[in-house]
Design a protein around this ligand. Structure first.
Ligand SMILES: C[S@@+](CC[C@H](N)C(=O)[O-])C[C@H]1O[C@@H](n2cnc3c(N)ncnc32)[C@H](O)[C@@H]1O
Length: 328
């Protein structure tokens, strides 16, 4: 990794350690638009695995890259049993995220499960190693994790790492992320109303309480297409409510810059990029060149839950051809 990449990586790791608990509450099982998108991702992945279970002889290994709090471990370890899934393996750089994940497995009573084996590794998404051909690897990168992986350089490293991981074993890589075209309808309301997770968005003013000393809690979730220009929050200092009502407002110029650039920034160093459909298409062509692949706007599969996303799928041996033609 180059030096600036190394710095970004370390900074982001700290950011994710700091927001792990609230991220779990307010995002993974909180904001209704995120929950809907997660539901789409889970249904889609279930269908892929069931198709492979029926039509393919090998056992499956799910590799969840940027696994966070282990959403897929819990799902395939307990709630959705697909016989050919032999292993669910998660990689994440945040120790705190993995702590939450391990605790969840314990609470669900599936810690140490042997079928499927549930594993975690603290490490970099960019260092994925080639899987052997004894199982069929299905590497996934969900809920816009691509967008929080250290900017455009990081995103491209991820495309390369996913290929490296599955190519030798003839596997599948799936990247699910949001589209920049939907940043105004989806990202602005979502990041505003979860600002106690990742910090006050940089386009909201004033910044009176925008420091680590204070926690701002929004009074309600803003849903997609909410075009209100203000946000009412409570202000806490050391867990004590010090202001029951405080209003933040969108700064027109800064808001326009975010919509144009696709770059979300907060006062807590958090950054998330929403990449355009054409940008993802270019990276697929550049880094997965010559291999079978599919690029799908998710609204073509599930417009109700997934209007704003896109799927980049690398399918080394083209084993999903029939499946993809059926779901579209
Ligand atoms: C948007 S969360 C998604 C969590 C999980 N995939 C889910 O669906 O609930 C992104 C995750 O990526 C992790 N992450 C970000 N950059 C990373 C990197 N370079 N290597 C490994 N993990 C990274 C963060 O710690 C965080 O847990």
């Amino acid at each position: 990794m180059g030096e600036s990449m190394q710095l970004k990586y370390q900074r982001d790791r700290k950011v994710w350690d700091n927001c792990a608990i609230t991220y779990e509450d307010q995002i993974v099982s909180g904001h209704p638009d995120v929950v809907a998108y997660e539901k789409f991702e889970e249904n889609f992945l279930d269908k892929v695995c069931l198709y492979l279970d029926k039509n393919y002889e090998s056992s499956l290994k799910i590799i969840d890259v940027g696994c966070g709090s282990g959403r897929l471990h819990v799902r395939y370890g307990k709630y959705v049993k697909i016989p050919s899934i032999e292993n669910v393996s998660g990689v994440d750089f945040s120790e705190k995220m993995l702590e939450i994940a391990r605790l969840k497995l314990k609470q669900e009573g599936i810690e140490g499960l042997s079928c499927p084996v549930l594993e975690f590794e603290q490490g970099s998404a960019f260092d994925l190693q080639p899987e052997t051909a004894t199982v069929l690897p299905v590497a996934v990168n969900l809920i816009n994790s691509l967008g929080v992986m250290q900017g455009e350089k990081g995103a491209q490293k991820l495309f390369k790492a996913m290929r490296r991981c599955v190519e030798h074993a003839g596997g599948i890589a799936i990247i699910s992320c949001y589209q920049k075209a939907f940043i105004k309808q989806y990202a602005l309301p979502q990041y505003e109303s979860t600002l106690n997770v990742c910090g006050q968005p940089a386009w909201l003013k004033p910044d009176t309480f925008a420091s680590e000393k204070y926690i701002l809690k929004p009074k309600f979730f803003k849903r997609a297409n909410h075009d209100g220009l203000s946000l009412e929050v409570e202000v806490y200092e050391n867990n004590k409510l010090i202001k029951p009502s405080f209003f933040l407002y969108r700064d027109n110029k800064l808001t326009e810059q975010v919509i144009k650039s696709g770059k979300i920034k907060t006062y807590s160093d958090y950054g998330s990029n929403w990449y355009s459909f054409s940008q993802i298409e270019d990276w697929m062509k550049e880094h997965w060149n010559g291999l079978p692949m599919y690029h799908i706007p998710t609204q073509a599969i599930d417009p109700e839950n997934a209007e704003a996303g896109q799927l980049a799928i690398l399918d080394i041996n083209n084993i999903l051809k029939e499946f993809i033609s059926k779901i579209l």
